[in-house]
Design a protein around this ligand. Sequence first.
Ligand code: ATP
Ligand code: MG
Length: 375
Amino acid sequence: MTEYYIGLMSGTSMDGLDAVLVDFSQQRPQFIAHHHEPLPLDLAQQLHQLCQLNGDQELHNYAQADRDFGRYSASVVKHLLQQQQLTAKQIVAIGSHGQTVRHQPFGQPSYTLQLGDPNSIASLTGIAVVADFRRKDIALGGQGAPLVPAFHQAVFAEANHSRVILNLGGIANITVLPGASEQVSGFDTGPANTLLDQWYSYCHPLATERFDRDGAFAAQGQVQSDLLARLLSAEFFLRAAPKSTGRDDFNLAWLQQYLRGHEALADVQATLTELTAVSVANAIAGLSFNASRPLEQVFVCGGGVYNQTLMKALQRHLPDQQLLSTAQLGVQPQHVEAMAFAWLAYCFIHRLPANLPAVTGASRRAVLGGLYLAE
Ligand SMILES: Nc1ncnc2c1ncn2[C@@H]1O[C@H](COP(=O)(O)OP(=O)(O)OP(=O)(O)O)[C@@H](O)[C@H]1O
Ligand SMILES: [Mg+2]
C-alpha cells in the first residue's frame, strides 16, 4: 500500500511553485515525481507589491492574491496528478507552505504571513490540505523558521558523520547534523537568491529570465570589498541564533542604502554573490563539532546550487569542507524543500510534532499546521 502526499513550496525567490509527490509507506520518504511551474508574471507582480510596506489597498490586494495563489497551487497539483495518472483519492493530503509576504520574527509581537488559500486548494483538487505550518511555532515564542531542519534530520542524518545541509533558496539556511545523538541545530544565515534575483532583474528589466543563470553576470564583475564589508555590518549577520529572515530585511531598498551610486552593475551582482558565500561560510566557521566527527562535507540544495559563481565562492571560503549536492544523498537539490512540506503534512496527519525548539526558539515541540478538508 502506498501513502502518497504532495508537498508544495514556493520560497522567497518567488520563482514558482515546486510540487512533489512523496510516498511515506516505507521507512524513508520515497520521492515519486516533481513538477515545477513558474509563477505567472501578473501574480508575481501582485506578490512583489504585497511584500513591501505601505502598499495601497493592502488588505484587498492581500485577499485577492490569497485566492489567486490558492487557485494557482491547485492547478499545479492537478498537473502533477495528471502527469502521474493518479486520482485525488490516492493522495492522503497536500502540505502547502503558501507564499510568504511578511516575516517579522523579531517584531513586537512577532508574526509571519503566508498566503495561498488552502480552502481553494482543497475544493479545486478534492484533496485535504494541511497549511499554516509556521504560526504555531511563532505562538510558542519561536521564529516559525526554519522548519526544514527536522526533515533534513529525518532523511539526511548519519550517526558516524557530522553533516551540514545548506539550502540556497531565496534565503540561505543551514541545518547542522552533528551525528550520534547530539542535538540538531540550524538557522538562516542571510540572503541568497532573493537578493541576487532582485538585483539581476533591476539590471535587466527587459529580460525574460528573472535570475542570473549560472552566475554568469556575477562572473563578469569584481567583488567590491568595501561594499561587501558595509553589507556584512547589517544587524542580521551579527545576531546570534535562533534567527530567521526574509524579503522584509533583504530587498533592493535595503541594498541601495549601502550603494554609493558609482558601482558597476555587474560588480554589485558579484558582491552580492560573495555576500551569500561569506555569510554562509562565517556561519559554518562558528559551529563546533565533536573532535571524533569533524565537519568534512556540506550538502547543498535549493536553486543556488546551479549558480556556479556562488558555488565557487563558497568552496573558496570553505577550504576544509567538500561541497556536494544533496543528489549525492539521493534527493535532487530542487526537490528537498517541497518534500519537506509533504513530510510536514505527513507529520500533521499522524499528529507528530515537527518543529525543533533548538532551531526556532519555540518553548516546546508541537504539531504544526491546520487541516482543510476537501469534503
Ligand atoms: N541555473 C541557475 N543558475 C543560477 N541560479 C539559479 C539557477 N537555477 C535556479 N537558480 C536560482 O534558484 C532560485 C530558486 O531557488 P529555490 O526554488 O530553491 O528558492 P526558493 O523558492 O526561494 O526556495 P526556499 O523554499 O528554499 O525558500 C531562482 O530564483 C534562481 O535565483
Ligand atoms: Mg522556488
